[in-house]
Design a protein around this ligand. Structure first.
Ligand code: AMP
Length: 193
């Protein structure tokens, strides 16, 4: 099973990705969480990525690909993955697609778009800022991340809809109901492997 979660910041993609990974026994690969870990460990990638993360800007593609490539290929060889936050632009999606074309059983099978309204998102992000302490959850960075999503990530939805693998899910329900809807939608695709 090879899935991608796409959603505005605060829509719950991390939570749902974690639940999906446990349910389907696949790897959860969160580009944002991996980047934050690189920053906290002070690695070369972390040092180069830190300012982008703080501002809520996208980290340059080369760094993200360097960090994700092997992990995605490994996960694909061991039952699959749920990608959380990568690919995040059309350019990343096309580059990932061309890598996947050369290798069997690596390409995405379904893309889950969690739909949540902007007011609800802002409320959730303010609450998260209180307990997770992410440096990019302050009001300015949040506003910027919304803009980045709209201009850079939203075009991905049409891209994957065109490939016939986009699933739109109402993310404003309680966590368990969102999860139930995702599972039903994914299972209805009858993906094997
Ligand atoms: P997230 O945890 O998905 O909200 O991501 C947090 C931050 O990590 C983003 O605001 C970006 O700075 C960076 N990031 C995560 N995934 C990517 C990606 N695929 N490409 C570029 N930057 C990314």
């Amino acid at each position: 099973m090879r899935l991608l979660m796409v959603a505005y910041p605060g829509a719950g993609k991390g939570t749902q990705a974690e639940m999906l990974a446990a349910h389907y026994r696949i790897a959860h690969l969160s580009s944002g969480a991996l980047l934050r870990a690189e920053v906290n460990s002070g690695t070369r990638i972390g040092k180069l990525a830190a300012d982008y993360l703080r501002r809520g800007d996208l980290v340059p593609d080369e760094l993200v690909f360097e960090m994700m490539r092997i992990r995605v290929l490994e996960a694909a060889r061991h039952g699959g993955y749920v990608l959380d936050g990568f690919p995040r632009t059309i350019h990343q999606a096309e580059a990932a697609y061309s890598v996947a074309q050369e290798i069997e059983d690596v390409e995405l099978q379904a893309v889950v778009y969690l739909k949540v309204g902007q007011n609800e998102l802002r409320q959730r992000l303010r609450a998260r800022a209180g307990h997770e302490g992410r440096t990019d959850d302050d009001d300015i960075a949040i506003a910027h991340r919304f803009e980045v999503f709209e201009t850079e990530t939203e075009p991905l939805l049409a891209f994957y809809a065109g490939r016939g693998i986009l699933l739109e899910i109402n993310g404003e329900q309680p966590v368990g109901d969102v999860f139930g809807d995702i599972i039903s939608a994914v299972d209805s695709l009858h993906i094997s492997g």
